[in-house]
Design a protein around this ligand. Sequence first.
Ligand code: ZN
Length: 61
Amino acid sequence: MAGAYCRYCDSRCFVFRIVPDGPHKGWAGHMATCHRGMEHDRRTTGHDHTTAINPMDEVPS
Ligand SMILES: [Zn+2]
């Protein structure tokens, strides 16, 4: 993977997420934060970056 530029917005709009449920449960990778990239992620995984798990938020309190 040379260069992780989003195919929809031509920038590095990705954030790391884990899919929490559905047929792609457990998939971990980079999801887009631009509008069209989010639509693509929802079509392919059932989630976008706003609904998938952000491992950086899993901070024990
Ligand atoms: Zn994008």
